[in-house]
Design a protein around this ligand. Structure first.
Ligand code: KIV
Ligand code: ZN
Length: 520
């Protein structure tokens, strides 16, 4: 392994998926994993297989179908977790088990209600068990940055003795400062002689906005794997943002002498896909992938860039693929072949029935819009991925809206059991009326927590993309929908959020039964 090569470990589908309200189905996770492979990440942490049968299935599908990156499954330092993770990743060309246990006294005393001696024993046993299943084992001492460094070092010595190939140091609660984090790693190098023979990894959370700075500081201290997520999503304030780490390495390569294998032109597309499928918008001024990241507003800046781009730009937007899709435009006369070719160029392989469905939706949209752009196609295809077998589906709706009387909506919904149910409601506005009509039809007490509509492109005939977060029986989940009619996109998003909530309610009921499986 080249000493200057930084391994990019993507945890969008594991830590990222733990963000509140995100609930991706297997098809959506597979699509993201395929795109991560095109992006050229080295490792995909595909999920936490013991968390639920759905998580297990998704990790197994990714292990079987996604070529290129190492596929990792997460496991607590417990036998059942490790077996499940091993089963889920077994079919990958390069499987990895990532096992973890906390080394901070705060976690040991209050959460694990255990002792340092037990933690040491469990870490040793977990790594040995994982190594009996796969060659590639990563070990993380959780909450390491708030732990006693000597004790953490003792645990790492045991993990390395048992065959861990990567040692990851998580700043689980985003508490460290860059100089402190680097000093912690340097101290570990001094205390754990074997640390130089394995890959040292960093995993930083963004609670103080320092996830990227801490990760970078770790790299300067010698770490050669960075754990990060697209758009920086993750538990609470999120993880280090993959695109920021990668573009830092690329833009400052001459100063740093470090490289990574990411195809940076795939960054913008990956960011859009993750944002769309998770329902987590990207803030406009977000570094690298925000819509303003390469926009110049002030006259002085515009003048400078027109004269010479480098006056105010340190990166070329083309290197992150911002405009890569702009040449694709289809119209209502475009045929199936043109659609398939455009989708392939966008990275979607769509054949058979999926192509027929995509073509039907494309024609419906092309009848209403003069030009169907790459952005529209991406929105349309990802919208199809959201359609699940056992779900509520919107059959039809009527909404009467007027400034002279209250809006009234009637809907017909197909339930996950296949029954058709109808409901109607007179609401405060047309969106409120249709949402409550869906509650009436399905007899569900869903509470609306968030609602947003964005337009996919500019222009009056733009597609509307709605995102809804609902709460049912204490469980919240998001759903998204796309249509040229914003009432329809809102209703589609609502029924999908309802489906996702019900799935979470069922999972929570299952988890409450014999044994609790908390997420890391
Ligand atoms: O933040 C954390 O500590 C984690 C571990 C499971 C690596 O996500
Ligand atoms: Zn984490």
């Amino acid at each position: 392994m080249d000493d200057n090569r930084v391994i990019i470990f993507d945890t969008t589908l594991r830590d990222g998926e733990q963000s509140p309200g995100i609930s991706l189905n297997t098809a959506e996770k597979l699509e993201i994993a395929q795109q991560l492979a095109r992006l050229g990440v080295d490792v995909i942490e595909a999920g936490f297989p013991i968390a639920s049968p759905g998580d297990f299935e998704a990790v197994r599908a990714i292990a079987r179908e996604v070529d290129g990156p190492v596929i990792a499954g997460l496991a607590r330092a417990q036998s059942a977790d490790i077996e499940r993770a091993g089963d889920a990743v077994r079919d990958a060309a390069r499987p990895r088990i990532h096992t973890f246990i906390s080394t901070s006294d705060i976690h040991i005393e209050h959460q694990l209600q255990s002792t340092r001696a037990d933690v040491l024993g469990q870490a040793r046993a977990a790594v040995a068990h994982a190594r009996s299943l796969v060659e590639d084992v990563e070990f993380s001492p959780m909450d390491a940055t708030r732990a006693d460094v000597e004790f953490t070092a003792e645990v790492l010595v045991a993990a390395i003795e048992e065959g861990a190939t990567t040692i990851n140091i998580p700043d689980t609660v985003g508490y460290a400062m860059p100089h402190e984090y680097a000093a912690f790693l340097e101290r570990l190098y001094a205390l754990v002689p074997g640390l130089r023979d394995v890959v040292l990894s960093v995993h930083c959370h963004d609670d103080l906005g320092l996830a990227v700075a801490n990760s970078f500081s770790g790299v300067l201290a010698g770490a050669r794997q960075v754990e990060c997520a697209i758009n920086g999503i993750g538990e609470r304030a999120g993880n280090a943002s993959l695109e920021e780490i990668v573009m830092l390495l690329r833009t400052r390569e001459a100063a740093l002498g470090l490289t990574c294998g990411v195809q940076t032109r795939e960054i913008a597309r990956t960011s859009r896909l993750v944002s769309r499928l998770t329902g987590y918008p990207v803030q406009p001024n977000k570094a690298i992938v925000g819509r303003n990241a390469f926009a110049h507003e002030s006259g002085i800046h515009q003048d400078g860039v027109l004269k010479e781009r480098s006056t105010y730009e340190i990166m070329d937007a083309a290197t992150v693929g911002v405009d890569d899709a702009s040449s694709i435009v289809l119209g209502k006369h475009s045929g199936r072949h043109a659609l398939r070719a455009a989708l392939e160029e966008l990275g979607f392989t769509v054949d058979g029935q999926a192509l027929n469905t995509a073509f039907k939706r494309f024609k419906e949209i092309a009848d209403k819009k003069k030009q169907v752009s790459a952005m529209d196609l991406e929105a349309l295809v990802t919208d199809e991925l959201r359609t699940e077998m056992a779900s509520y589906t919107l059959e039809w709706f009527d909404v009467e809206a007027s400034s002279r009387r209250p809006p009234h909506a009637t809907v017909e919904i197909r339930t996950p059991d296949g029954d058709l149910v109808r409901g109607d409601f007179t609401g405060d506005g047309p969106v409120d009326a249709i949402f409550r009509a869906i509650n009436a039809a399905t007899r569900r007490e869903a509470r609306l927590r968030e609602f947003r509509i964005d337009s996919v492109t500019g222009g009056q005939d733009a597609l509307g993309e709605a995102s809804v977060v609902l709460e049912v029986a204490g469980q919240s989940a998001a759903g998204q929908g796309v249509s040229t009619d914003i009432i329809e996109s809102a209703a589609l998003a609502y029924v999908r959020a309802l489906t996702n909530c019900e799935r979470k309610v069922a999972l929570a009921a299952e988890a409450a039964q014999p044994e609790l499986t908390p997420t890391p």
